[in-house]
Design a protein around this ligand. Sequence first.
Ligand code: HEC
Ligand code: HEC
Ligand code: HEC
Ligand code: HEC
Ligand code: HEC
Length: 376
Amino acid sequence: MQKTLLLFLTFTISLFAIANESKICQKCHPIIYNEYYDSSHRKAYIYNNSIHKAFWDKHPKDEKGYTCAKCHSPSDLKSLKHGIVQENYTQLNEPISCVFCHTIKDVNEGEMSNTNISSGEKKEFFTAELSKKGQKKAAFETQSSWFGLVKTSKSSPYHKIDYSNENYYNGNVCMGCHSHTNNEHGFDTAMLDAMIDKNYKNTCVTCHMPQVLGTKVTINETKTHAYHGIAGIYHMNKEMGKYIDFEVNKNKTGFSVKVINKSNHALFGQALREGKLRAKILRGKQEIDLEPFVFTRILAKDGKEAMPWAANGTIKDTLVYAKKEINYKHKLLKEDTLILTLGVQLLSKKGALALDLQDNKEVTRFRTLKVQKFNF
Ligand code: HEC
Ligand code: HEC
Ligand code: HEC
Ligand code: HEC
Ligand code: HEC
């Protein structure tokens, strides 16, 4: 009886999978699915992301059509192959689906951008789990004990799991889309200097998909799972501050703040994005607000400010690469307290204006990454 039920379940699930791949994962991975549903990966397409929509609306169009699909909606094959923009199920609910990420076999390096190589498997997924790394392709097993009264199951009844793909351990699985996005002038317009270095203690995955409370699957309860909402600008931004250090030093004319970036990419590199460091001195009852420092990269064509697709250079670059030192011409006195607040805006005010999004307060909201006090 149980066997027939399982067969029946597998069969209905398979039918379901053709229509919507990720929804089926929800049955056994509900926490991960809900997080994913609120993530920027689920919202990477035009209809779920007003900034992306505004960019695409302004972007010059040619016969290639929607070339953004390669990274923003690879799960919609029609869009990927023919550059079609369509408001369909895949685009709205899983433009970068669970199956897409979990079947990235390898990443090919390319000049304009890298390319994800899929295993093409629909029911065999890669993942990382150090304790099982040596083991290949786990398949479902059940074990009965107590004369069949207690059943424990191992692995998944729906799919096989391959724990042997190195790309899932070192973060390279992210690099098909996150390495570089060059425009037609060979100029990188998205996040900058992303790289995989085995000497780093943290990877893209440990920082942006940290282990959080809640089971990864309903069948075998675990205490934690990898956060699929993706920690970053949209979620858990306050927790991301721990990967950025401040170092304050007094000098002859005032003081300096070193912002030290412990990640393996430049900070705030996305076009029209802006980081901001606010500094305030508390002196007795006085509060002195210093001029905020803005981290940004202003793209230009032949020396004049331009949109990312037209740019062939920059006219300003104050991003945080490995580190950035900022000098303040204010003397710090004994018993002063200095409060530093680092944050990020999805768009600079100017960027919002350029995209006609100036009325959308969300896009220019200051999102705090880190606050730290220094007493003198
Ligand atoms: C090679 C992969 C790739 C291609 C092709 C690509 N993008 Fe992106 N895009 C990314 C990645 C990765 C991010 C996330 C980077 C970040 O947040 O810093 C991103 C982020 C963005 C953002 C910021 C979204 C936000 O919520 O702030 C916009 C806007 C955007 N892309 C527009 C486009 C448009 C328009 C196209 C097509 C003309 C395009 N991209 C093509 C990889 C790509
Ligand atoms: C019928 C239930 C079921 C369905 C449906 C299901 N899974 Fe699973 N999955 C499991 C179980 C059970 C495990 C735990 C295996 C273990 O711990 O040994 C698992 C484990 C995994 C793992 C590896 C976790 C790890 O660290 O060991 C990945 C990745 C995964 N599933 C992805 C998916 C995706 C993607 C889908 C949807 C296409 C999906 N699963 C649908 C039951 C399911
Ligand atoms: C298929 C391409 C693709 C893959 C693979 C991919 N991403 Fe993304 N990622 C994107 C795109 C596109 C965006 C921008 C979405 C948007 O428009 O806001 C993005 C956004 C992000 C952001 C910014 C979101 C935020 O809230 O700050 C982070 C962080 C991120 N991805 C991390 C990762 C990590 C870590 C991996 C690897 C486990 C990964 N991505 C794999 C395409 C991809
Ligand atoms: C952007 C790529 C990406 C997407 C989209 C994605 N995953 Fe994952 N997933 C990963 C990576 C990378 C890991 C490995 C995390 C680690 O090292 O612990 C992972 C881990 C897992 C695990 C094991 C959890 C753990 O704690 O080890 C499960 C189960 C899983 N994913 C299921 C899903 C399901 C279900 C979906 C869709 C709702 C999904 N994934 C969407 C990249 C992705
Ligand atoms: C040591 C931790 C750490 C590692 C490793 C790391 N990041 Fe980040 N990442 C951060 C922090 C901190 C930020 C800044 C906070 C923010 O903007 O969300 C950030 C920001 C981002 C953003 C948003 C950038 C923007 O301005 O649009 C993306 C996308 C991203 N990381 C992807 C990746 C990818 C892909 C990798 C692997 C190559 C990676 N990160 C490795 C900590 C890390």
